[in-house]
Design a protein around this ligand. Sequence first.
Ligand code: SF4
Length: 473
Amino acid sequence: METLELQSKVHDEARQGEAYSPFAIDPNNYKKHFYIESYGCAMNFNDSEIVASILNKEGFGATRNVEEADLIFLNTCSVREKAEQTVRKRLTEFKKIKVSKPGMLVGVLGCMAERLKAKLLEEEKLVDIVVGPDAYRSLPNLIEEAETGQKAVNVLLSREETYADISPIRLDSNGVTAFVSIMRGCNNMCSFCVVPFTRGRERSRDVNSIITEATNMYERGFKEVTLLGQNVDSYYWVNEQTNEAVTFAMLLEKVALISPELRVRFSTSHPKDITDEVLYTIAKYENICNYIHLPVQSGSTRILQLMNRTYTREWYLAKVNRIKEIIPDCAISADIIAGFCTETEEDHQDTLSVMEHSQYDFSYMFFYSERSGTLAAKRYEDDVPLDIKKRRLAEIVAMQNKLSAKSNQKDLGKTFKVLIEGNSKKSDEQWMGRSSQNKVIVFDKKNHSLKKGDYVHVKVNSCTQATLLGEIV
Ligand code: SF4
């Protein structure tokens, strides 16, 4: 589970679109309104859309104006201490609103709710409702309970729950790209990670409900779906009637066959589980994007063992080589943790050299943040001093900036098929879109009659470290 920065970015870009926003629906249709904020990974963002659907059925309308809300929900992340501090600070900002609107309820959802459970109610008196990632169906009852003045909690984890029958309401959508969750939970026990404790055991969603949702999105004009899971490569679903088993590669193919006009992305992969079958399926279909997010976390086999990542440096590099062999123009991104317990300068250099070998297009980079309850917190001392963690992280970021700039430089003069997602941030005279390699490309609209959701070929003329700039050809 990775990618903290993703969410806020998606929110901002999406605000331009408002194509399928529930906010567009006449608010007078609803007796009460809810306001929801999502923090952390794409899974949380998609969960908020599932929560919106459950509340909508109960007659709650979505509002973007927190002052208007009868219900405020924060869908939280627990991956690092900083993520939880952000939530606690946000809660203090609701104090004033609650004083002016006594009946208003405040709820905390997601991984922080699951990690802290009822303790959160003691620590944050403002909070009325605490709900874990597997208990969103119980929200209507919990709201009723809280409306009587009681505190309401449900943090039961499930081995079955996939919300397969609930069609998410797209919040702040650009009307072009959408997340589709294919599985929940994680069976890996990376020693630094809270996810197995906050999202429970792995379970794969019924393949038919995934295809139905993706087809429905395509028929509504969406042109890209991202299949979501903590570790998508271990997707495995068996039809109890026919005993037909569906692997991730088979699922990818089924989604790609919905329409060649529908782009397919997925996140997140695990180096130990990504198969040649998946790589050949990506290579076979033009509409399955040539981009793989392949967290490495560390380049040192000794540290990888302490992290319980279940692969070695050599295994990881072999996977990267295999990806480039089967899909030569595939973009790869990673997650990297600097300063894990007992990390030496030599281990750190191993991480820098894995980055150089893998030539990442971009990465999510953090320094180790001990999470109580994890294996690492129980077994190892968090012994790398903060200043060394920060210095090593700075070196990793500098390495990545160099690699990203080099990767974009290599694209100068090339032409890419781009899916238009909306206006560029800088000017309404320019479109913003992405290549199959998930690179952001900005180009002038000129007098081409194009719209969001259209594909267009763009020749790259210049670039920054983060963005390619081009013209329509
Ligand atoms: S694969 Fe590891 S890091 Fe990712 S969610 Fe599972 S336990 Fe956490």
